[in-house]
Design a protein around this ligand. Structure first.
Ligand code: 5AD
Ligand code: SF4
Length: 439
């Protein structure tokens, strides 16, 4: 028997890429590759890239620069570039970096095993008619208690700043039967929490028994899988939050009280320029309906500051919206012009102004995040243990509200769902004591 070949995968960007990296590693596993955390040991290096902001795509080229030295001493090592930069730049990557052997887009990676065995430098950024999911090997890696499951890909919204509709293509939903099969398979391997993924996940409209199913219907069906204790979904667009999905937050106990619902801006003028197709008030009313269904829900969002044309008044409208909603978490970004998007043609806000706004916004979000965490102190919550903590006898997991929780629990095992009492809040996590095992 020959020694297994080693694969090193680096994932940039979103959770969808985390999922894709896992599937690519499994696909190469069928060709005898085992994964390694040590890049120097690798026979193949796969960089699964992100194109959403300029900084994210630049990382690829700095990492490729670093790989040049390694490839000089290990000429047999293959280097593959996958993900959204691969999709957006294709051949250009081969021209810019001589270390790259393969470029494979997010819709073509089921062809990776053949590409690895072929001679020469190859590019595949097609959106093939065949569905990659039906051609990938079954998921059978040993895994922890939480998993991602891609249910929908691509986006038809065309927000003026965003490359996703170009790199991931039009919105496509996977059929219900395949998703239930994949979810049951994950649960059989010990998964107790699944996060349903999609660039625009709540626009899900997959073929199912009796016709087209919505995300709400899919969530309700998945909640009936025995052993599947928790469900989450991300990322959603406000305009696709239908009444049934809102109701599910009040009715499906497995659906966790956490919702990431990006608003991007609180100014109607900027929302219009962003092509978001909703107003700040419509967002606030939506939040009201969601909170009526699930009063303790923790809300998170994405914000962009310094979008072309953003004035101080526009920015203050965003700050007002944040104060009105009260978020438990949020991601915020300085606007980054992306080639090919409509907003890239417009005059940008000066960098120092955008930087100052970003700082101001992040300070407010951090304060809200801390307050939401501190409000948990003294409360009982359920934690799903994901890994041992740094201290002896300590376990770390997530609460229903997605707070990281440290628990002193020498009997604790990964995958336990434990009822705990929160005793303290620090900057990024909670501390808690065990109340009840096997909650
Ligand atoms: N510049 C800055 N932030 C962006 N995002 C998407 N495109 C851009 C861009 N060009 C942010 C949005 C989105 C998140 C995933 O990334 O806030 O919701
Ligand atoms: Fe990009 Fe999200 Fe807008 Fe789609 S809805 S274009 S993925 S920001």
């Amino acid at each position: 028997m020959t020694a297994p070949k080693k694969l090193f995968v680096k994932t940039y960007g979103c959770q969808m890429n985390v999922y894709d990296s896992e599937r690519m590693a499994e696909a190469l596993g069928a060709k005898g590759y085992v994964t390694t955390d040590v890049v120097e040991d690798a026979d193949m290096v796969l960089l699964n890239t992100c194109h959403i902001r300029e900084k994210a795509s630049e990382k690829l080229y700095s990492d490729l620069g670093r790989l040049r030295g390694l490839k000089a001493v290990k000429p047999g090592m293959k280097v593959g570039v996958a993900g959204c930069v691969a999709q957006a730049e294709g051949e250009e990557i081969l021209r810019r970096s001589s270390v790259v052997d393969l470029v494979v887009g997010p819709q073509a990676y089921h062809r990776l095993p053949e590409m690895v065995e072929a001679e020469g430098r190859l590019v595949d950024t097609e959106f093939p008619v065949e569905d990659k999911f039906t051609l990938l090997p079954e998921r059978k890696a040993l895994r922890g208690p939480t998993a991602f499951l891609t249910v929908q890909e691509g986006c038809d919204k065309f927000c003026a700043f965003c490359v996703v509709p170009y790199t991931r293509g039009a919105e496509v939903s996977r059929p219900v039967a395949r998703l239930l099969e994949e979810a049951r398979g994950l649960v059989a391997q010990g998964v107790r929490e699944i996060t349903l993924l999609g660039q625009n996940v709540n626009a899900y409209h997959g073929e199912g028994p009796g016709g087209v199913w919505s995300l709400a219907r899919l969530v309700r069906e998945m909640a009936d899988i025995p052993g599947l204790e928790r469900l989450r979904y991300t990322t959603s667009h406000p305009n696709d939050m239908d009444e049934d999905l809102i109701a599910a937050h009040g009715e499906v106990p497995q659906l966790m009280p956490y919702l990431h619902l990006p608003v991007q801006s609180g100014s109607d003028r900027i929302l219009k320029a962003m092509n978001r197709k909703h107003t700040a008030d419509a967002y606030l009313r939506l939040i009201g309906r969601i909170r009526a269904a699930r009063p303790d829900i923790l809300l998170s969002s994405d914000f962009i500051v310094g979008f072309p044309g953003e004035t101080d008044a526009d920015f203050q409208a965003t700050m007002d919206l944040i104060r009105t909603v009260g978020f438990g978490a949020a991601f915020s970004f300085k606007y980054s012009a992306r080639p090919g998007t409509p907003a890239a043609e417009k005059t940008p806000v000066p960098g120092d102004i955008a930087d100052a706004r970003l700082q101001e916004l992040q300070a407010l979000i951090t304060a809200q995040q801390r307050a939401a965490q501190e409000a948990m102190v003294g409360r009982e919550v359920t934690v799903l243990y994901e890994k041992p903590g740094r201290l002896p006898g300590q376990m770390v997991g997530k609460s229903d509200h997605l707070h990281a929780v440290h628990v002193h629990d020498p009997e604790g095992r990964i995958g336990d769902l434990v009822r705990v009492s929160v005793s303290a809040s620090s900057s990024n996590s909670l501390a808690a004591e065990v109340l009840l095992r096997n909650a």
